[in-house]
Structures are given as structure tokens and as C-alpha cells.
Write a protein that binds this ligand. Sequence first.
Ligand code: FES
Length: 356
Amino acid sequence: MSKEETKKDDPVIAATKPCLSKLQEGKRYMWCTCGRSKKQPFCDGSHAGTPFKPLMFVAEKTEEVLLCACKQTRSGPYCDGAHNNLQDTYEEASAEEISAMSNAKLIERDGGKAVLDGGAYVLTPDATHDEHKGTLSWQTLIGAKDGAKHLSLLRFHAEPGTSPWRRQDDSDAVLFIVSGTGRISIEDQSFDVGPETGLFVAAGEAFCIHADMPITIMAAICPETGQVSWPERPDGNFDTNFAERRVGVDHDKAEVMADRFFQILVDEQIGSKEVTQFIGEVPLSRAAFHRHLYEEAIVILSGEGMMWTETCRAPVKVGDIIFLSRRQGHSLECTDPKGLRLMGAFYPAGSPAINY
Ligand code: FES
């Protein structure tokens, strides 16, 4: 819908990206719903003579937020990612953007890691594991030492058999099964798992892995405190408010975002208030440069492509992981005709469609 086609009863698309706004706790704001204000995203009175009225809200805390400027959100005043669906295709990098970034430096790997702008990086993990206990071994792929402030990503490998019980005392663990099958017990509850299953373990709950075959798991731990204990047995401390902890891929639940899709796996519906985990598929394309307000870990499940930041780029392929700090500008290009499949986990929780 162009501005020329806008009728009096339609909101104007003031911008196709949300406005980054810093709110102050307790302050009252008037969000423009008509899209006609010259002071986006706030009202300047231009709605006069239209059926629209501004939306008043009071900030609950001092924070940076993304307020909707396309006026298509269903979560006003906040962006819900609706701007991605204004056209039939996801916003791709423009010719000008591609030209401006044509000198981006190809970063060589050092120990499997290519460090991009702002501490973002692409890592090809090696097969070794730093730590072992019983049938379980693990390696930290993203952590505080890498510049992550809240999120960490651990790769667990479980040999066939039953692992020791592991408890993250103060941190939630959001698990994603990359390969293998078996069961994961969370305290006294057990869940069958297989490839592309997401699972939530709340802080203070112990879990153990019963592997039918070798299982590889990516675990986003948040906040990263390093506080881990190994109880002899579970103490029955399962949070029954969230009885179902497992989510599998279900195309009927996928959100379509123009010509790509994503499905939320783990989120607050199954108890995860800090971290959101999703799975997505990207067609042969290069996304327009954008940012998120969250810290993010991405695991490439299939396909290959290129990760671009302001002045750097690094190729990515299946098995690689990507770390993006909060507000780091980036663009993921898929160079694989079969598309690129990925798992993402980010803090704070929200929608992966929200970008600016
Ligand atoms: S100017 Fe848009 S609601 Fe007031």
C-alpha cells in the first residue's frame, strides 16, 4: 500500500522498520497509530480528521525498545515483525547496500574462528570436548570469554547409555537435539527426543540423557554463571506449571515471513522466559542488513552461505555456529540453491522477526 493509495481509514506506513526508542520508567508516551505524525513513532496531532487516536502507554522500566512505525503491528506500540510482510518477498540487500559492502574483508579462520565486527564471530567447532563426566562430554562454543554478556552455547555429546545428572543451579537450559535419539529425563519426568527437538530445563532442575545412540545437543544456557552441580539423583523438583517441555518441528505452526519461515520451538509457552529458540529456513538470497536488540547464537543445520557485518564477512556451512552481540548489524546470505536451515537461540526472549 503506497502513501498515495492510503485512504482516510487506513494507517499510513510511516516507515518499513521500527523506531529504536529509549523509554523512561514511569513516563507516559503517546504512540502514533495513524502513521501521519512527523515525529514517529510518537503522535504530533496529525491524526485530526481521521478515525485514529494515539495509543497512550506508560513505560514500565527504562529500556531501549522497538516501536512500530509501519502501523501494522498486532502488539502496539511495540514492533511484532509485521513490517517483514509488507511485501511478498523478505527484504533483501539492495544493489546500493551490496555495492557499499563490496570491500568487506574476508576474515581468515584462526583456530576455526573468524572474528567479525563488534566481536561477532563464525566458528567451526572441532570434534574435541574440553570436559567429560560419565557418558557426557561438552565444549563451550559461546561464553563470557567470547564477549557474550548473558547467553552461552554448549555442545553436549552423550555416548549410548545413561549420563550423570546435571543441574544448572541458577540458569535455564534450552536444549536442541542436533542428532541421535533417546530420552531426556528432567527430574522425575522423561521425554523422548530425536533430531530437531527443542527442550526446556528450568534453573534448579536436574536432567540426564539416556542415549540409544550417540546424541549431540546444542544447549543455550542463560544467564551464564558457570554454576553446575552433579546430584546423585533427582530430588523431584520438577516445575509442574510447565508439564510439557518438548517441542518438535511442525510445519503447521511455522510463521511465514514472506518467502522464508521460522517456527518457535522453545519459548515462554513451555516455561522459558529468558531465551527463545527457533528453527528457520532461508532461501537462496541475501537479507537486508539489520540488527536485533537481543544477543543471539545461531547453528547452521544445513546449507551454506556468508555472514556479513559492517566491514567483514566469513563463509558459513553446516555445523558452524555464529555469535551476534546485541545490536550488531549483520546480514546472512544463503548461497546454497537448496536453502539454508538454522537454529537460533536468543536473549532476551521475543520474536526472531523483530529487527531494525
Ligand atoms: S499523529 Fe498519528 S495518532 Fe496522532
